[in-house]
Design a protein around this ligand. Structure first.
Ligand code: ZN
Length: 416
């Protein structure tokens, strides 16, 4: 049900969010400045109106690709992520948004029809603000602990002069800063809430950044970034601001996410009930462990698309030239350009074929003595993450074949 909120009601709904206790996991910034509250109200009205318009008009959609720049502000050598690791994290983010995540098959049956391909992709910037070529990554050493935490009211991580890194034009790029934070895994600015454009973006603590697709690496699959990107594109927590006292008043302004009375933890088994319905704890906007998060809904997709609509608060991002000069891609499979990460893997892998076109192809996996253990017809573009939990420890060869050529890559499965 889409409700047309009056500004007054919107105001009250937002007021309730300011009273919420500080999140343990995610530090989204709720505004207190009346001018910011007003801007958030205006954005909410636009969002509701845009969604309503879409229901009455048949539109052909396009895939929106948004350039990102990753500022790695490292204190410890271990926080200096490689280009490969960062690429895999951004591709993993895209996989979640395109419903190509390895665990999409675990979505409970009752929620499967609600799971959406959000049709938004993210690319590491290939062109700087000044038209120079770039890999979209900035590395900076810092000698300050918890650079992502404010000090004397200054958000240091966003500024060169305070030991962080200046944002690239926030109209054209999504800025993602990776740096230590004292209390949060990640935080993001809702549309219309950044005090200054230079502080608009996402901050992720290095412990929760990267596409760690392995149970031996704890619970992180890089989905802190998926969650924060949801906030950046105007999604709220799935439980609203309900605090678990049986109160279900607060909503997330999304019609197809069931109300929930509090955030989830760990990896619950379905069903978990609250507010008279089953909890959608596997939604990226809950606090469930990464491995058990698997979907956005159609309603959430519409909110995000409203944010990126031409007249939306982040509409300028869709016209950015930040990824215009794409990396050299090819039409044929080249083993040197196929990215498989992590390798060794335990439960899933990220595959990037670096192809220029969506190609109809075959993927076959052979064990170390050449026996076929998996075979499937696939579209190259569907290959973002792949579940390997069914394979036992050992060395495998993945063979990719298109109509014109083939290439093989070694994959190691290693579980302790
Ligand atoms: Zn959050």
């Amino acid at each position: 049900m889409i409700t047309k909120f009056t500004p007054h009601i919107i105001f009250l709904l937002f007021i309730s969010t300011f009273a919420s206790a500080q999140d343990h996991v995610c530090g989204v910034v709720h505004p207190t400045d009346p001018a910011v509250i007003e801007s958030v109200q205006a954005i909410e009205e636009h969002t509701q109106e845009w969604i309503l318009e879409q229901q009455n008009s048949a539109t052909t959609r396009e895939i929106i690709t948004i350039p990102v720049v990753v500022h790695v502000i490292w204190y410890d050598e271990s926080e200096k992520f490689s280009e490969l690791e960062i690429q895999a994290q951004i591709d993993g983010l895209t996989a979640d948004f395109r419903k190509m995540n390895e665990n999409r098959f675990t979505i409970p049956e009752e929620f499967q029809p609600l799971a959406a391909d959000v049709e938004i992709e993210f690319c590491l910037a290939t062109v700087t603000e000044n038209g120079q070529e770039t890999n979209g990554i900035i590395y900076k050493y810092t000698d300050q602990l918890n650079i992502g935490t404010s000090s004397n009211g200054i958000k240091r991580i966003h500024y060169d002069q305070h030991g962080g890194s200046d944002a690239w034009n926030t109209n054209d790029y999504i800025n993602i800063w990776v740096g230590q934070m004292e209390n949060f895994e990640g935080l993001a600015t809702f549309p219309g809430t950044a005090p200054v454009p230079e502080e608009d973006g996402i901050v992720i603590d290095p412990d929760f950044f990267g596409f760690f697709c392995s149970t031996s690496n704890g619970s992180s699959h890089g989905r802190t970034l998926t969650h924060e990107m949801g906030h950046f594109l105007n999604l709220r927590h799935i439980w609203g601001t309900n605090s678990g006292s049986g109160n279900c008043d607060s909503d997330d302004f999304v019609s197809d996410t069931p109300r929930q009375d509090i955030s989830s933890k760990g990896c619950p088994t379905h069903p978990q009930e609250s507010c008279g319905s089953n909890n959608m704890f596997m939604n990226y906007m809950d606090y469930t462990d990464d491995a058990c998060l698997s979907m956005f809904t159609h309603g959430q997709k519409m909110r995000m698309l409203a944010t990126l609509a031409p007249a939306g608060p982040r509409g300028s991002l869709r016209n950015s030239n930040g990824c215009d000069k794409m990396r050299d891609k090819s039409l044929s499979l080249n083993p040197d350009k196929i990215l498989i990460y992590p390798n060794p893997a335990a439960d899933c892998i990220h595959i990037d074929l670096d192809l220029d076109a969506d190609t109809d192809m075959r993927m076959e996996i052979f064990n170390s003595i050449g026996q076929p253990v998996y075979s499937s017809r696939i579209f190259a573009k569907d290959l973002r993450t792949f579940d390997v939990s069914r394979f036992s420890n050992g060395v495998y060869f993945i063979y990719f074949e298109t109509n014109s050529n083939g290439a093989s890559k070694k994959m190691v499965i290693e579980r302790r």
